[in-house]
Design a protein around this ligand. Structure first.
Ligand SMILES: [Zn+2]
Ligand SMILES: [Zn+2]
Length: 642
């Protein structure tokens, strides 16, 4: 047997190491500085402990704090420290799972003796700090005898761990222990890892909130208590994050909705069903106007379709087979089963299919603001962002294969125009064929290449999510970035090989033969509800001029100025500028403050001086006093943004 192993680095260079060398040995071999900064490994595509023994042919990347994955190690390890601290403070606490999530981690507990609240977090943090300062080492050991260990777990009431081990007993389960300097085991947890080497690497953490959760997320199972936290490699990063969190809290669209009366949800009507109040409905109507005009200008034809359809249709489309759990089904009426539509696609297909089509008519682009209903668990509902009824800005394009690139390019151009209007930036991802799929490889090649070509032609940088496409075709997803840099789900362009088959779509080619069209699903806002949540948080309620119900507040200083204000109002109306006069008997300071609180873009202060000079004093909600100008000057100034 050789005394050496050869491993490969990310640049494909190789290193020869002594047998039984670990990732840390490799780091040391490259440079002592790298060893100092190393957190863990990416070993053959999977994250692994730094002290994993390397074997012949391994592909190894050493992960340092500079790599985003390093935070996985940190946060997941911190979750274990949380669990150890909770079990120290509440000896009857049983542990469930503790994964990382975006920006942090949580751990689920079953604690009969204690109903945790936010007030308990400080003492748990203090206990965690003690564990961290004890400089305990994370060490992995194999579960040699799973059946025995399951018994052991059950003896001490760790039934969740017992259940997990039962599930994974044939997959080389491992435990991790926290060991002190004398190699005494202080605490252990069933886990796959990977982790940090030592608790002292945890420099900055904070517990954030407590909520309830269910084992396996199933409401029929035990109710658990979940603690959320975050961890960072230094205090500065933690502080920045907490600041961001505070800012996000201020922008929470549910909170802003209460302040500005934007929308409501009513238990008596049902969760996840949105009532749009006038101010937000006004904004939505403007967005819909913009959307309709843009689509008519770009060769789309608008359609309207029903909200329900017989289950026969959903059988043909495959929804009753694959989507039943998400559909609202109605009681049979007249011996017919009806289903509330979860998607618009089959309806547009019916419109396409109701006439014969020649290649000369293609592409056919049908668009609709289509309201759909999908069941979501009550616990998953979240304001406008996660709902049970929502409106998609849906469109379906039927084209020939050789039109595909051009069609995708024109959709991308449309997406550009829409997001520019809202001053949003975005990134694109291409998801390619999954293992389980329908359709010949040649069709997948054609479609994937077309999407790639369209992205390249549109000069759009994109990432590839290999294997992440739907079973019926590849797709492009767009992720939007809001003012806080948070990502929101945006547009999708999806190629579909399935529905054209199921509904036997066809057109006659130039040779007179019947051909199957390519079908594209696409939405730009995605869900109008979610997009509006994004807008509320992105603009913190201070919507752009063109979306504001009141664009200009005219504020008379005293009653004697009202008549002059009316003449200003009339002039603004002529130019379709939306204004209102605040005739309340309030001081001018209060009127300005209220208009400002309502985020009215412009305020015109009118008093004796203004009446005399026939000029108006203009305030802007962000910039404050803009000085005096004539009415026509003011109107010209804002014309471009209406
Ligand atoms: Zn773990
Ligand atoms: Zn569709």
């Amino acid at each position: 047997m050789s005394e050496f192993v050869n491993i490969f680095l990310p640049d494909n260079s190789s290193k020869q190491l002594n047998l039984n060398s670990t990732g840390l040995d490799l780091a040391n071999n490259i440079s002592p500085r790298l060893a100092k900064e190393s957190i863990g490994l990416n070993l053959n595509g999977k994250l692994a402990d730094l002290n994993t023994v390397l074997t012949e042919g391994d592909k190894v990347k050493i992960i340092t704090k500079k790599d985003a994955e390093s935070l996985e190690f940190l946060r997941h390890s911190t979750a274990h420290i949380l669990a150890a601290a909770v079990q120290k403070l509440y000896p009857d606490a049983k542990i469930a799972i503790g994964p990382t999530i975006e920006d942090g981690f949580y751990y689920d507990f079953y604690i009969p003796s204690q109903n945790l609240s936010i007030d308990n977090l400080a003492s748990i943090e203090a206990e965690m700090q003690k564990i961290i300062e004890a400089e305990l080492e994370f060490k992995k050991f194999k579960v040699e005898n799973p059946s025995f260990q399951i018994e052991e777990f059950l003896k001490v009431g760790e039934k969740f761990k017992a259940e997990l081990l039962e599930k994974y007993k044939d997959e080389n389960p491992t435990q991790y222990g926290l060991f002190d300097k004398n190699n005494n085991l202080i605490w252990s947890d069933l886990c796959r890892g990977p982790h940090l080497q030592n608790t002292k690497q945890i420099k900055a953490f904070k517990l954030l909130s407590v909520s309830s959760a269910y084992w396996h997320g199933d409401e029929k199972q035990e109710s658990l208590q979940r603690i959320y936290g975050t961890a960072w490699f230094n205090k500065q990063d933690l502080d920045n994050y907490l600041l961001r969190l505070e800012e996000a809290g201020k922008r929470d669209h549910r909170k802003l909705s209460r302040q500005h009366e934007l929308f409501s949800v009513h238990e008596e009507a049902g969760g996840g069903l949105i009532f749009w109040h006038p101010k937000l409905a006004f904004l939505r109507a403007r967005i819909e106007d913009f959307w309709k005009q843009l689509h008519e200008d770009n060769g789309y034809e608008l359609v309207y379709t029903p909200h329900i359809a017989r289950s026969e249709l959903w059988k043909t489309s495959g929804h009753t087979e694959f989507y039943a759990d998400n559909m609202f089904q109605m009681k049979p009426i007249d011996e017919q089963d009806y289903i509330l539509k979860p998607m618009n696609c089959p309806f547009h297909v019916l419109i396409f299919n109701s006439t014969r089509h020649s290649y000369r008519e293609l592409p056919i682009r049908l668009a609709e603001m289509g309201t759909v209903y999908r069941f979501e668990r009550a616990g998953a509902l979240h304001g406008l962002a996660r709902v049970r009824g929502f409106t998609q800005d849906d469109a379906h394009v039927f084209c020939s294969p050789d039109q595909l690139v051009e069609e995708v390019c024109s959709i991308i151009s449309l997406i550009n125009q829409v997001y520019k209007k809202f001053d949003l930036t975005y990134s694109a991802e291409l998801s390619t064929r999954p293992a389980e799929r329908i359709g010949e490889d040649s069709i997948w090649d054609m479609a994937e290449n077309a999407l790639k070509e369209a992205l390249t032609k549109s000069e759009l940088a994109f990432e590839i999510n290999a294997g992440d496409g739907a079973f019926y075709g590849p797709k492009i997803d767009f992720k939007l970035k809001d003012a806080l840099g948070r990502a929101w789900q945006g547009a999708t362009i999806q190629v579909d090989f399935n529905l054209p088959d199921r509904f036997d779509l066809k057109y006659t080619s130039s040779e007179g033969t019947f051909e199957k069209p390519v079908m594209l699903h696409r939405a730009i806002f995605g869900s109008l509800e979610r997009f509006t949540a994004l807008l509320i948080e992105h603009y913190t309620g201070a919507f752009p001029l063109w979306l504001c119900q009141t664009q200009v507040a005219i504020l008379p200083i005293a009653d004697r100025h009202n008549e002059f204000c009316k003449t200003i109002l009339a002039k603004l109306k002529e130019k379709r500028i939306r204004a209102k006069i605040d005739v309340r008997a309030e001081k001018i300071g209060a009127k300005i403050r209220d208009a400002q609180l309502e985020q009215t873009p412009y305020m015109l202060v009118i008093g004796d001086k203004e009446m005399e000079s026939q000029e108006i004093s203009v305030r802007e909600r962000r910039k404050g006093d803009l000085g005096s100008m004539s009415i026509s000057q003011f109107m010209a100034e804002i014309q471009d943004n209406l």
